[in-house]
Design a protein around this ligand. Structure first.
Ligand code: ADP
Ligand code: MG
Length: 491
C-alpha cells in the first residue's frame, strides 16, 4: 500500500468533519448518501458537497452508484482518520517508510516529536484471503455486505489488548503504545523476521526458547495460533520478540489443542528445513511428551495451565466476549489463510518503498473515534468498543449539527457498531481508482455543485433541500428501511 501522507497536511477541519460523518454513516449504511453525510456533518452553506469533491480527489471516499447513489469511506480515508487522531493526541508526529506488509496489515515507521521511531500497524482484515472468505463463510453468505472495516478495528483492539497484557507479564513482545480505529502503535522491534534469517549462531537455543514460549503462553491460558517464522523477530544477539496477536485464543477454545499443535509443528518444520535441526534433538522440555518416535515435543495435554489466567484477565480488558466471538468466527473460517505465504509475498506491495518522514501539521478539532478501552488507558475519550458502551458510543460520537443546513434528521441514532463494505469492491478501493474515473469525476463534480447550490438555497429559504426530502427516505428509527438496515448490521 502506498501511503502518501502529504495530502493529510492539506486537509481542513471541514474535510475531517465530513470524513468522520462518512465513517459514522457507514455504521449502518453500506453506501452513504451525500444527503445523510450532509446531515451528520452539519456544515453550513452546502459545505459538505464542496468538501466531498476534495475527498473524492484524494481518494478518501469512493463514489458508488451500483445500488443507489452514495459514497463509501475508503481504506485510505479510514487510515487518515486514525493517523490524524493519533497525531492530535501526540502519539507520533510523522510517518516514515513502510517496513512490513503482513497477511492482513501494513506496517509503517512513525516518529514522535522527540524522534523516537515506533511501528504503526494498520489492520486490514480480509485483504488477501477476502475472496476465499467470501465464498465459504456461512455467516456472510447471505449478506450482501461484509463488514471488514469493523473487523479490522476489532483486530487492532484485540492486538493492542493482548500485546499490553503479554508485555505486562514479561513476554517478549513489542511495547503497546496506543491504538485508534484499525491502527496500533507499538515499539519498533530491532531485528528481522526469522523467515529472513539464513544462519543462526545457536539454533538449538533459539529453538528451545521459541518452544518454551509456546508452552509458557499456554500455561498463561493462551495460544498464539500463528506462531511461525513470519511472526517471530530475532535480533543480532538472537533475542526473540513475538509479534502479531489478533488471532490468539484461550486454551479453553474448542480447537485449542489443534492450534497449539499447529504452532509447535510450524516451529519444528521451519527449524528442520532451515537449520537442519532434525527431530533427533531429544531433550527434555517442560510439558513435553514422546510422540512415539522417540522425539519429545511439547504436548498440549501435559502443559500445566494453572500458571496464569491471562485469557480471563483479557476478557476484562475492554475486549468483550461478543467481540471475541466475532473475531473467533473470522479466525476459524479463515484458518487456511494462516500465514502460509512464501518468502516472496513480502515483496509484493513495495515493502521498503520509502516515504520520507514528513511532519504532519494537522489542525486540532474534536472529531474523534472511540478507541481502546483498556483499563490502563486514561484517554477520557467517551465511548468504547465494549458491548455495554456500544450504544452510548455511537450517540456521543454523532457530530454536532449546526441548525442551518440540518433538517433535524441528523439526530438519527447510528446504533450499529459495524461499518459496511461491499463484497464486490475489496482490495483496491481507496488505493487506486481507475483512470477512466476522470469522466465520472467531472459528472460527479457537476452533480455535487448542483447539490451544494440546492443546499444553500434550502438554508436561505429555511426549507429542507428537495433531495433530502425525496431522494433518500431512510430518515431514522421509525422507518422500515432503517429497521431493516439496523437488523442487517447486527452480527
Ligand atoms: P500481519 O498480522 O499482517 O501478519 P505482522 O504483525 O505479522 O502483520 O507484521 C508484518 C511484518 O511487519 C512483520 O513480519 C515484520 O517484518 C513487520 N513488523 C510488524 N511489527 C513490527 C514491529 N513492532 N517492529 C518492526 N517490524 C514490525
Ligand atoms: Mg504476521
Amino acid at each position: 500500500m502506498k501511503l502518501d501522507v502529504n495530502a493529510l497536511r492539506y486537509l481542513t477541519k471541514d474535510d475531517f468533519r465530513v470524513l468522520t460523518a462518512f465513517q459514522m454513516g457507514m455504521r449502518n449504511h453500506e453506501i452513504v448518501p451525500a444527503e445523510l453525510v450532509d446531515r451528520i456533518a452539519g456544515l453550513k452553506h452546502g459545505g459538505t458537497y464542496k468538501v466531498l469533491r476534495d475527498l473524492l480527489k484524494n481518494k478518501l471516499v469512493h463514489h458508488d452508484a451500483t445500488k443507489y447513489d452514495g459514497y463509501r469511506l475508503t481504506y485510505l480515508g479510514y487510515v487518515f482518520l486514525a493517523i490524524k487522531t493519533l497525531v492530535n493526541r501526540g502519539v507520533f508526529a510523522s510517518v516514515g517508510r513502510q517496513i512490513g506488509v503482513g497477511k492482513e496489515s501494513d506496517i509503517f515507521e512513525v516518529a514522535t516529536e522527540d524522534a523516537t521511531v515506533l511501528a504503526m500497524k494498520l489492520h486490514r482484515l480480509g485483504r488477501t484471503s477476502f475472496r476465499a472468505v467470501k465464498s465459504k463463510r456461512d455467516y456472510l453468505r447471505h449478506r450482501r455486505s461484509f463488514n471488514w472495516l469493523y473487523l479490522s478495528r476489532l483486530a487492532a483492539l484485540k492486538e493492542f489488548a493482548f500485546m499490553k497484557a503479554l508485555g505486562d507479564h514479561g513476554f517478549p513482545v513489542p511495547t503497546a503504545v496506543d491504538c485508534n480505529r484499525h491502527c496500533v502503535i507499538m515499539s519498533l522491534v530491532q531485528g528481522y523476521p526469522l523467515v529472513q534469517v539464513k544462519e543462526l549462531q545457536n539454533p538449538d537455543d533459539v529453538f528451545d526458547t521459541i518452544l518454551g514460549l509456546i508452552v509458557r503462553l499456554a500455561e498463561h491460558g493462551l495460544i498464539h495460533c500463528d506462531f511461525n517464522e513470519f511472526n517471530i523477530m530475532i535480533d543480532d544477539d538472537e533475542k526473540i520478540t513475538v509479534i502479531d496477536f489478533p488471532q490468539m485464543v484461550s486454551v479453553s477454545h474448542r480447537n485449542a489443542q489443534i492450534f497449539f499443535d499447529r504452532d509447535i509443528e510450524c516451529i519444528y518444520k521451519f527449524f528442520n528445513k532451515r537449520f537442519n535441526l532434525t527431530s533427533e534433538k531429544n531433550e527434555e522440555q517442560d510439558g513435553s511428551e514422546s510422540d512415539g518416535e522417540g522425539n519429545s515435543r511439547p504436548s498440549f495435554l501435559s502443559v500445566k495451565k494453572a500458571a496464569g489466567s491471562l485469557d480471563k484477565e483479557l476478557a476484562a480488558s475492554g475486549f468483550t466476549r461478543k467481540e471475541q466471538v466475532e473475531m473467533e468466527k473470522y479466525i476459524d473460517e479463515d484458518a487456511e489463510g494462516h500465514d502460509s505465504r512464501s518468502d516472496d509475498d513480502d515483496d509484493e506491495e513495495g515493502v521498503g518503498d520509502a516515504v520520507p518522514i514528513d511532519s504532519l501539521k494537522i489542525g486540532q478539532d474534536h472529531i474523534d473515534e472511540p478507541d481502546c478501552n483498556l483499563a490502563s488507558r486514561d484517554s477520557g475519550v467517551p465511548g468504547t468498543f465494549s458491548e455495554e458502551h456500544g450504544k452510548s458510543c455511537s450517540g456521543e460520537n454523532r457530530l454536532e449539527c449546526s441548525p442551518s443546513g440540518s433538517n433535524g434528521d441528523a439526530k438519527e441514532p447510528l446504533e450499529s457498531e459495524g461499518m459496511m463494505f461491499s463484497q464486490e469492491n475489496d482490495d483496491n478501493e481507496g488505493i487506486s481508482l481507475d483512470d477512466d474515473d476522470d469522466e465520472e469525476d467531472a459528472e460527479l463534480t457537476k452533480k455535487l455543485n448542483k447539490q451544494r447550490k440546492k443546499a444553500i438555497a434550502a438554508a436561505h429559504g429555511r426549507r429542507r433541500p428537495v433531495s433530502s426530502r425525496n431522494a433518500y427516505k431512510d430518515k431514522g428509527k421509525g422507518t422500515m428501511n432503517s429497521k431493516i438496515q439496523r437488523q442487517v448490521c447486527k452480527w
